[in-house]
Design a protein around this ligand. Structure first.
Ligand SMILES: CC(=O)SCCNC(=O)CCNC(=O)[C@H](O)C(C)(C)COP(=O)(O)OP(=O)(O)OC[C@H]1O[C@@H](n2cnc3c(N)ncnc32)[C@H](O)[C@@H]1OP(=O)(O)O
Ligand SMILES: CC(C)C(=O)C(=O)O
Ligand SMILES: [Mg+2]
Length: 514
């Protein structure tokens, strides 16, 4: 199986992401983690860019022992000298020279003819060769460069002393077939091409960076350049974790592999995200929070029966502990039952069905239903308290310039539906006054408390009330995403328990599930 070398440019092209600025300490921290990940080559920065970047590259060169350290340089002597200075302590240094070769860049940016491009690049490579054994040369914007000129440039670079020729699709313009064809053409047309390594450097402007890198591998590339989490200029670079996992998962197909320590991928991704401030989208391949999470019932059922039904990579492969079954409105009974068992609830079939119906109701209101939501939902109600009153509907009118009023509809056992409206000095007070009017019960509100039992804007609110009537007290609890509804339910629950106590003196509360 062919080895594919991984060239990480998180600290150079990745740092070119707008808003990202890594200091020396942060560069070293990331570089040491890249070393643990088993990256072959680390591009630590662009030393001519600033004294701070030169220092950062130098610090990485001193810290890392088991990877080639690279500094980027324009085809200019002062830039090359800056890389020499930055890499003087590196155990295995390499300079990365570049010069654009496409007609657009030649004409508008460099204002050079083809011949000047060839001469400028050759002079830079020959100057650098006096100081570096390892030289990578990149014809910038190779993707939009005439193929015959690209062959000429590659030939020049080999003769001048480059050890790696990197083909950048600088603006992410290539399709996989076109990009693969560049490698095939160079392999068949450039003399002594086998004496150097060919590399691919792709950008993700059309979302093809990984596909293009894989096409390069299929057509003979020895090295892939990329960044962790795919960060980088504009839409970013090839995500190293994507190439590494594509090769690991489909090694038979690609007949190629990296020597990365894949178990370090999740940790590396988190570190890069933390230090660059670039959040990894939830749906990002391999390292997104949802990459190993399953929400829908049919998938969760499959996962519980056999993980390979819906996972082509195990989370352990990249250093995560396990897949997640996320409970939400698309989940089914199998996953719900599994979650209840995990939480220590052992429900019979009927209870499970009732709880599942309540869960679906809650899931319609919340994005995801967490453990706390489920506990709160299951423990909300006292099954053996007869429901004399059942809250059916509440409607509240509130405005900071008007008196709040509420209408409640309550099903009264043996007496059908009753509805009434009342005002109050706040929305909760109005609801409680309306409930009192419907029930005709004279009770005192001894205590009212509210807390959030889950997190986020759509968290569940839990309300506790204590009601008193003729010296007898009873507490009630209501849990809903809406705190007014939770307040109403807690009050009605307490009323039912008060009536139960009144009817069965000496009886103790008996909490049970659902
Ligand atoms: C595709 C890539 O990712 S390439 C790497 C891009 N990264 C960066 O640019 C980050 C670091 N860059 C910088 O800090 C600055 O651009 C510096 C320090 C390198 C140069 O700054 P300045 O001297 O002020 O030049 P500026 O950036 O405005 O313009 C670039 C100059 O380099 C020239 N140039 C661009 N690429 C090359 C090259 N590979 N070799 C030689 N000259 C080049 C441009 O034609 C322009 O030259 P001009 O001043 O004669 O017109
Ligand atoms: C410096 C080069 C390789 C680059 O980043 C690009 O062309 O995208
Ligand atoms: Mg780039």
């Amino acid at each position: 199986m062919r080895k594919i070398y991984i060239f990480d440019t998180t600290l150079r092209d990745g740092e070119q992401s707008p808003g990202v600025n890594l200091n020396r300490k942060e560069k070293v921290e990331i570089a040491l983690q890249l070393e643990k990940l088993g990256i072959d080559r680390i591009e630590a920065g662009f030393p001519a860019a600033s004294p701070g970047d030169l220092e950062g590259v130098s610090a990485v060169a001193r810290a890392v022992k088991n990877a080639t350290i690279i500094g980027l340089s324009r085809s200019r002597i002062p830039d090359i000298d800056a890389v020499r200075e930055a890499l003087k302590d590196a155990q295995d240094p390499c300079i990365h020279l570049f010069l654009a070769t496409s007609p657009i860049h030649r004409k508008h940016k460099l204002r050079m003819e083809k011949q000047q491009v060839l001469e400028t690049a050759e002079a830079a490579i020959r100057y650098a060769k006096q100081y570096f054994d390892k030289i990578e040369f990149s014809p910038e914007d190779a993707g939009r460069t005439e193929l015959d000129f690209l062959c000429e440039v590659t030939d020049m670079a080999i003769r001048a002393g480059a050890t790696v020729v990197n083909i950048p699709d600088t603006v992410g313009y290539m399709t996989p077939a076109e990009f693969g064809n560049i490698f095939k053409t160079l392999k068949t047309n450039v003399p002594n091409i086998e004496s150097i390594q060919l590399s691919a450097h792709c950008h993700d402007d059309l979302g093809l960076a990984t596909a293009n890198a894989l096409a390069a591998i299929q057509n003979g590339a020895d090295q892939i350049e990329g960044t962790i989490n795919g960060i980088g200029e504009r839409a970013g670079n090839t995500a190293i974790e994507e190439v590494a996992l594509a090769l690991a998962t489909r090694s038979e197909y690609y007949q190629a592999q990296t020597t990365l320590n894949l178990k370090e991928i999740a940790k590396t991704s988190r570190l890069v995200s933390k230090l660059t401030g670039m959040v990894v989208p939830g749906n990002k391949a391999i390292v997104g929070a949802n990459a190993f999470a399953h929400e829908s019932g049919i998938h969760q059922d499959g996962m519980l029966k056999e993980k390979t039904t819906y996972e082509i990579i195990s989370p352990e492969t990249i250093g995560l502990v396990e897949s997640k079954l996320v409970l939400g409105k698309h989940s089914g009974r199998h996953a719900f039952r599994e979650k209840l068992i995990d939480l220590g609830y052992d429900l019979g079939e009927e209870e499970l069905n009732a709880a599942f119906a309540k869960f679906k109701d809650l899931a319609d209101k919340k994005k995801t239903v967490g453990d706390e939501d489920i506990r709160a939902m299951l423990e909300e109600k006292l099954v053996d308290t007869p429901e004399v009153y059942t809250l059916e509907k509440i409607q509240v009118h509130y405005g900071n310039q008007s008196v709040p009023h509420a209408t409640v509809s309550i099903a009264v056992a043996g007496a059908g539906m009753k509805e009434d409206t009342a005002e109050g000095n706040g929305s909760v007070d109005a609801i409680y006054n309306a409930i009192d009017k419907v029930t005709g019960e004279a009770v005192e509100l001894e205590d009212y408390s509210i807390k959030s039992v889950t997190h986020g804007k759509d968290a569940l609110g839990e309300v506790h009330v204590v009601l008193k009537q003729n010296g007898v007290t009873a507490s009630g609890r209501g849990v809903r995403t809406d705190i007014l509804e939770a307040s109403a339910r807690a009050y009605v629950d307490a009323l039912n328990r008060l009536i139960d106590k009144r009817n069965s003196p000496g009886r103790r509360d008996n909490m049970s599930l659902i």
